[in-house]
Write a protein that binds this ligand. Structure first.
Ligand code: NDP
Length: 330
């Protein structure tokens, strides 16, 4: 879910009506509650910056929709995403981070202190750490929209429960798709993994896991044409590509359709002020968390289109806090 979904509604009215003279003024404002945001908070709090952290609508970030995390250092036997996030949050709070539920819907970064609206309330920040993460992408076909919440989902760990002993399809060829497919295979009777290329992009370990799972069938070179059903999903029509020209429709009976084709960074409200790539990933000065606006730092998936791991997000959150501390000291 996006942090900024209410932007269009609030932009003109809230900004004008906000009472900036009586606004709360903080030294370090952190937006986002994934590994990047909480790690930034641990460092900022220990440096006595008295950070205020807004969690956004998806408290804990994407990891709360993951099952087992096996590659985060310090957990030799693995840890579930939600437990990992609770642990990092507790560590941030232990040093005095003011963690708040709510979302930041507007930002004005033209001068310091920066002006932001958090849950409709004005807040001034001497430094800002953006760790808003990324949101799941959808295919963009009409039928997908029609069945969202009625058989179409972008989160297997949230909705997989409803498909016990049923047949589901997962679309995508990366690690997320592989992970969702194997997770769903533990619940559903059959999982189709729909991959548009003749190969999976997922890591070797995840590919092997998919292949070892007997009730996952990988359909290579298949593209989703239409999701079908009346009130709920009952099927999907795929186009099978063979060579340059040969195309053939394939119909599958399914009960659930899971989209796992990547993410879009949650950076929309900063687009006017910060340098970004064409997808919306915030650009940082290499080797730092600095953006093009002094005093504004970016960490985690909102600025990382390459690694996108919990541990790299946490690392960049640490960098952002250290950069903010140095900036404020100057
Ligand atoms: P990726 O960008 O890695 O993969 C997206 C996949 O979706 C690709 O296979 C892509 O196909 C496919 N795709 C994109 N658009 C469409 C479309 N319109 N129709 C059909 N297929 C489409 O995203 P992920 O979310 O899988 O992974 C993001 C990052 O997070 C990666 O770096 C990954 O390694 C990491 N990750 C790590 C995990 C772990 O370590 N446990 C778990 C999950 C993610 P194509 O290949 O043709 O471009």
């Amino acid at each position: 879910m996006s942090f900024f979904k209410t932007l269009e509604v609030t932009e003109t009215t809230d900004k004008k009506s906000a009472d900036w003279s009586n606004a709360e003024h903080v030294r370090c404002l952190i937006i986002g509650s994934g590994p990047a945001g909480y790690t930034a908070a641990i460092y900022a709090a220990r440096a006595n910056l008295k950070p205020v952290l807004y969690q956004g609508m998806e408290a804990g970030g994407q990891l709360t929709t993951t099952t087992e995390v096996e590659n985060f250092p310090g957990y030799p036997h693995g840890v579930t995403g939600p437990v990992l996030m609770e642990d990092i949050k507790a560590q941030a709070e232990r040093f005095g981070t003011d963690v708040r539920w709510g979302e930041v819907t507007e930002a004005d970064l033209t001068q310091r202190p920066f002006k932001l609206l958090a849950d409709g309330a004005p807040i001034l920040a001497d430094s800002l750490i953006i760790a808003t993460g990324a949101t799941a992408k959808y295919l963009g076909i009409e039928s997908e929209n029609k069945f969202k919440g009625a058989g179409v989902s972008a989160c297997a760990t949230c909705d997989g429960f409803f498909y016990r002993d049923k047949v589901v399809a997962v679309v995508g060829g990366g690690d997320t798709a592989a992970e969702e497919a194997t997770y769903l295979a533990g619940l559903a009777s059959k999982v189709y993994l729909i991959v548009r290329k003749p190969y999976l992009r997922a890591s070797k370990a995840m590919q092997e896991r998919v292949i070892r799972t007997s009730n996952v069938e990988v359909l290579y070179e298949h593209v989703t044409k239409e999701i079908t059903g009346t009130n709920v999903v009952t099927g999907v029509t795929l186009t099978k590509r063979q060579g340059e020209t040969d195309e053939q429709d394939v119909k599958l009976a399914i009960d659930g359709f899971f989209v796992a084709i990547g993410h879009k960074p949650n950076s929309d409200i900063f687009a006017k002020y910060l340098n970004m790539d064409e997808i919306g990933y915030i650009k940082t000065v290499p080797g730092t968390a600095k953006t093009n606006v002094p005093g504004v730092f970016a960490a985690g998936d909102v600025q990382d289109s390459t690694y996108r791991q919990a541990i790299t997000a946490a690392g960049s959150g640490c960098m952002a806090a250290l950069d903010a501390e140095r900036f404020l000291a100057e």
